[in-house]
Ligand binder design. Structure first.
Ligand SMILES: O=C(O)C1=C[C@@H](OP(=O)(O)O)[C@@H](O)[C@H](O)C1
Ligand SMILES: C=C(OP(=O)(O)O)C(=O)O
Length: 415
């Protein structure tokens, strides 16, 4: 049995930073993720005048319920969509002029449903180049709150940003959501808001799902951060593929992250899975079977499954993952193109991919600077030695130490 220590969750660290910055009092985040995305988020808060003390074990954040401490700032959100979508929303509740820019890929990723919603709430928000994209400037003067209708069919992050904003508005928010993708991320948001003192009411209505967020602000917390379940997927997949066993401590039955459900996919394909109170174990027990699976809720793990799919005894078909086309790259095509370069037969449609059984041959993976493409095809390389990457370092987005951790696993297994 191999125990793997997985770094903290990106999604939980980003939300915790928002909540801590907005709360009354001082928050301590324990075992936060230190990576390009979360450091970019923390640095964005620094630029907005929030005080954060960082050590390896904990980040201490002084909350500012009134909003950013500086009247003007320019924030570079790097490649992180949580930073690029959550921080302008936090800034809108303050008073000042705040400009947000991001990497070339993040500039291409859409934010229109969120920025439209903020404008509907009366926020003066200006897109500098393309409408609905970064760079953008918020001329913030507080948010009164009220009623909104939101389409979160392309990204749940729009809804998370607005939910997080709700308690910072004068009257609270009533958000009716007509479509939602990546739904478990909303569960993370609501659970964490509760931990910082805010209860959101959620109910089905004929018009969609209604979220009622009360005004009144957040309370600081002492907040432990779970290991990242999406990152854990590479190690679980490795065990399933290599016929070994991996245990990840800190991710168990009460985990907040939907991506832990990736182990259910491996179980359906024939791996042995044990989700305990505070740990999860996956063991490979012979060849994996083919599967048809809807990954709408857990699409960050789509590349993980695609990368082990050729080794299954039957076709692997992944459905309802259209939003993977607007991530760090078009992940459906990136997975398909790289598998084809390895000689595997793949078909894609608007929102699906189907991979036939085959024997991948080594190739250089075109990563599109997407951390998940690298970490996924590293798993393939367990059975296909010689796979290389055009940009292996892009794992820094969520797991700077990935290659060392994966090499240690290989050394222990002798593969
Ligand atoms: O809220 C979050 O922390 C995230 C939500 C998901 O995005 P979408 O809702 O855009 O699918 C996920 O892919 C991303 O890595 C993190
Ligand atoms: C899509 C991802 O990140 P984000 O949307 O937060 O940039 C990811 O980490 O796979």
């Amino acid at each position: 049995m191999t125990a793997v220590e997985i770094p903290g969750s990106k999604s939980i660290t980003a939300r915790a930073l928002f909540l801590a910055a907005a709360a009354e009092g001082v928050t301590t985040l324990r075992r936060p993720l230190s990576s390009d995305d979360t450091e970019g988020f923390a640095q964005g808060l620094d630029t907005l005048g929030y005080r954060i003390e960082r050590t390896a074990a904990a980040w201490r954040v002084e909350g500012r319920p009134a909003g950013p401490a500086v009247p003007e700032a320019e924030v570079y959100c790097r490649d992180g969509a949580t930073t690029a979508r959550f921080l302008p929303t936090l800034a809108a509740a303050g008073h000042g002029t705040y400009r947000f820019d991001a990497s070339a890929q993040m500039r291409r990723r859409p934010v229109a449903p969120l920025t439209r919603a903020l404008r509907d709430l009366g926020v003066d928000l200006r897109h500098e180049e393309a409408e609905g994209h970064h760079p953008l400037t918020v001329l913030a003067d507080g948010v009164r709150g009220g009623e909104l209708t939101l389409d979160a069919g392309q990204s749940s992050q729009y809804l998370t940003a607005l939910l997080l904003l709700g308690p910072l508005t004068r009257d609270g928010l009533r958000i009716t959501v007509t479509r939602l993708v990546s739904a478990p991320y909303i569960g993370i948001t609501l659970a964490m808001m509760r931990d910082f003192g805010v209860e959101v009411k959620r109910e089905r209505t004929p018009a969609g799902e209604l979220f009622e967020v009360p005004p009144g602000g957040y309370r600081a917390a002492d907040y432990p951060i779970e290991p990242d379940a999406s990152t854990a997927s590479y190690f679980f997949a490795a065990a399933a593929l290599a016929g070994r066993e991996v245990t990840v401590p800190g991710l168990g039955r009460d985990a907040l992250q939907g991506d832990l459900r990736f182990v259910d996919v491996l179980r359906r394909m024939g791996a042995r899975v044990d989700v305990g109170a505070d740990r999860t174990t996956v063991a490979g027990e012979g060849p994996l079977g083919g599967i048809t699976v809807n990954m709408r809720d857990i699409s960050d793990t789509m590349p993980t499954l695609a990368a082990i799919a050729p080794f299954a005894t039957g076709p692997v078909r992944i459905e309802d993952v259209h939003n993977t086309r607007v991530k760090e790259c078009d992940r459906l095509e990136a997975c398909a193109d790289n598998l084809r370069a390895m000689g595997v037969t793949v078909a894609t449609g608007d929102d699906w991919i189907e991979i036939r059984p085959g024997t991948p041959r080594p190739a250089e993976v075109t990563t599109h600077s997407d951390h998940r493409i690298v970490m996924s095809f590293a798993v393939t390389s367990l059975r296909t030695p010689g796979i290389t990457f055009d940009d292996p370092g892009c794992v820094r987005k969520t797991f700077p130490g990935f290659h060392e951790a994966f090499a240690a696993l290989r050394a222990e297994w002798g593969v």
